[in-house]
Design a protein around this ligand. Structure first.
Ligand code: PEP
Ligand code: MN
Length: 352
């Protein structure tokens, strides 16, 4: 950490800063310029971060040298983390293809959609049983019945499943049914929820909050990691923009940025990022070209009947085409769509 003192800070103020640092068991290195003095702090930066050093009179700025997300940072681990979702790998050269309807609606529909997305090459089936809706009057999801349908469908087609949990009290219930727990954008900073999912050992799909910075997202991941759960996959799903042309603003630059800052895998969600089926393919490709570790797309076989997010859903045939293009692009990027666990590998199309 570097502490920059105000111009003309007094000798008394400088020694007070040094004393406070030494009280924390750390050492200092003073650099006296003609205008300002800079105090370098040597030792465990976390200790110095706990003290409100910026509040000491004479201090102009406190600049940490290390990122505050210790476990999620590249400094902590140079190699990319590879998360294993019931046999499907995400990260490094392994690509996730997460697809399915926004919400689990009924067993028949789930079955048809799962059949189609597996045939198209998806490797994780999604479907919300607990839906975070802006309006309390909108469809809230099927609850535990939806979890059962998702589990049974996933088992039938041999594809791992992911579903959202909203309530810390339901983490155990959801974890019993799913292979991966989704923490949605609206809950990215629900710290009790993050702590709870951190106490499980299930892989977590952590979506970026709609007004969260990249650092906020990584700090939320840190909550999960610090509880001992290392299986975190980040998801860029767009942030609030000013232009109503798209549902959110797809921040594709976050993908290479996060890869520079963290070893955690990151997938892109062009469905929620754009809210527009016509833009989903291009944004999915952009995500892969930017180095994303997977693509998360909502698919529905009758979008006009969908209980939620129908207007942004791709039809199975459209998904089929996008998936084929993604496999080609993945090869260019030196990646490969992770195959389904062995027993159903025959259901997958040959990789391009
Ligand atoms: C979803 O995945 O259906 C969802 C609600 O996503 P987000 O949290 O990104 O809005
Ligand atoms: Mn949705």
């Amino acid at each position: 950490m570097i502490i920059i003192l105000k111009p003309h800070a007094t000798e008394e103020q400088i020694s007070h800063v040094v004393e406070r640092i030494e009280e924390l068991g750390l050492r200092t290195h003073l650099s006296r310029g003609s205008y300002r003095t800079i105090v370098g702090v040597i030792g465990d930066e976390a200790k110095a971060l706990e003290a409100p050093l910026r509040a000491i009179s004479g201090v102009a700025e406190v600049i940490p040298v290390l990122p505050p997300y210790k476990l999620a940072s590249r400094e902590a681990q140079a190699e990319p983390t590879i998360v294993d979702v019931a046999g499907v790998k995400i990260g490094g050269e392994h690509l996730a293809m997460i697809a399915g309807p926004c919400a689990v609606e009924n067993a028949k529909r789930m079955d048809e959609i799962a059949r189609d997305i597996v045939a198209a090459g998806a490797n994780i089936l999604r479907g919300g049983a607990f839906k975070p809706r802006t309006s309390p009057y909108a469809y809230q999801g099927m609850g535990e019945d939806g979890l059962k349908i998702l589990r049974d469908t996933g088992d039938k087609y041999g594809i791992p499943v992911v579903t959202e949990v909203m309530d810390p009290r339901r983490v155990d219930l959801v974890a019993d049914y799913t292979d991966m727990i989704q923490v949605g954008a609206r809950n990215m900073q629900n710290f009790s929820l993050l702590t709870e999912v951190g106490q499980t050992r299930k892989p977590v799909l952590l979506k970026r909050g709609m007004s969260a910075t990249i650092e906020d997202l990584l700090m939320s991941a840190e909550y999960i990691l610090s509880q001992g759960n290392p299986h975190v996959v980040l998801c860029e799903r767009g942030v609030k923009g000013f232009d109503k042309a798209t549902r959110n603003l797809f921040d594709v630059a976050s993908v290479p940025q996060i890869h520079g800052l963290s070893h955690l895998p990151i997938v892109v969600d062009p469905s929620h990022a754009t809210g527009r089926p016509d833009l989903i393919p291009a944004c999915a490709f952009a995500g892969i070209a930017a180095g994303a570790d997977g693509v998360h797309i909502e698919v529905h076989n009758c979008p006009e009947d969908a209980m939620s997010d129908g207007p942004q859903a791709l039809l199975p045939a459209q998904y089929h085409e996008v998936a084929a293009q993604i496999r080609k692009l993945a090869a260019v990027m030196g990646k490969m769509v992770s195959p389904l666990p062995a027993k159903t590998a025959a259901a997958q199309p040959a990789s391009v």
